[in-house]
Design a protein. Sequence first.
Length: 414
Amino acid sequence: MRILVVGSGGREHALVWKLSQEAEVIAAPGNPGMDCECFDVSATDLVGMESLCQRLAPDLVVVGPEDPLVAGLGDRLRTAGFNVFGPNADGAQLEASKAFSKEMMLRAGVPTASSGTFTDPEEALAYSSERFEAGFQVVVKASGNALGKGVVICLTLDEAEDAIAEMMIEGAFGEAGRTVVIEDRLIGREFSLLTIVSDGQFASLPVARDYKRALDGDRGPNTGGMGTYSPCDWISPRLLAETEARIVQPMVNQMVSDGISYRGVLFSGIMVVNGSPMCLEYNVRFGDPETQSVVRRLGFGFGEVLMAAAKGEPLPAVEASSDAAVTVVVASAGYPGSIKKGLPIQLEEMPEGVVVYHAGTKLSESQLVTNGGRVLAVSAIGKDLDEARELAYRGVAQVRFDGAFFRKDIASIG
Ligand code: AMP
Ligand code: GLY
């Protein structure tokens, strides 16, 4: 089987790493860490991607990032006769528009925070003021895609006013922030559930915990994710079953009844509030850096599962080991704000059991240099979380570039 992985980040590197164990893998555009042939076509170049597929005839195309899916890469390649793992543009709206996603959650009866959707800043502020008066704090979210950064947790009405002005008036996230969703703030522990969906059926992968804040102790701004671990012992089989029954199944059913053929990952971002799962968001792709940890635990046959989903066929079982995986992201100084690129990276020899996924790197005259906010993801596997964490941080110590920073508490707190 020949599989084309579309994308260039750490998540795609992890997919290439895993799928290469059981298939011939190629990538576009790929990154310098990938041990496979890479083709220089941008993930959002739909025409270029279709001609690459015509030329290379992959049996399966696995699309990593959401942007090409939102732009209709799935639709285009399916129309051309390829098997694609990743939803069409209609299903991808679940991630592209938080307003749409909330409306779907309400129709499907999925438990989620109360919210309002606004295009007028004054109405947004009046709603926030009502929520504070009713004893809640609010979360202001850019409706469109803002790379995980368009979410502001507001502890006071003044903070909400600032976030509304920044997004809706100053246009900090461009069009993505002209419509905002304002939600009651929930308090609880979070986890990510990646579920493979083949139209009306689904099979969940092992759960992972992501650390979204930039700094130790869950402080600092939201990022795309600074590290993950899997499994999460604090998630009981009952909680997992309840999450599937109340959050995954209803959305899968809703898509079927809305005539949306969904073949790809449904990523549920969950917060456990008073022992019950609440849905914070859905994404339409593998999580980054959840995937980097999750694939370390998967057995043989992952490619077959993705292929079955791409064809809308029954899903074979996804095997997972009882080992633990920990992934620590090494980021550029300043991330998630502005960063410098082009700094030389030194990678010393890694301990056994560690895999280094590249996320924001490139080769400049055969020197590996930084090329993004999240630069590398160091992933380790061990018999339990303590062993995997210790190994992951030994791996991180082998990475050097100017201003490199990482969280020191991945898999140690919450
Ligand atoms: P989202 O992109 O909607 O998942 O939001 C990113 C992060 O913001 C989540 O992982 C949470 O940590 C936080 N967040 C989002 N919505 C809420 C909420 N209603 N209450 C508390 N925290 C939230
Ligand atoms: N790690 C969170 C995400 O992929 O959206």
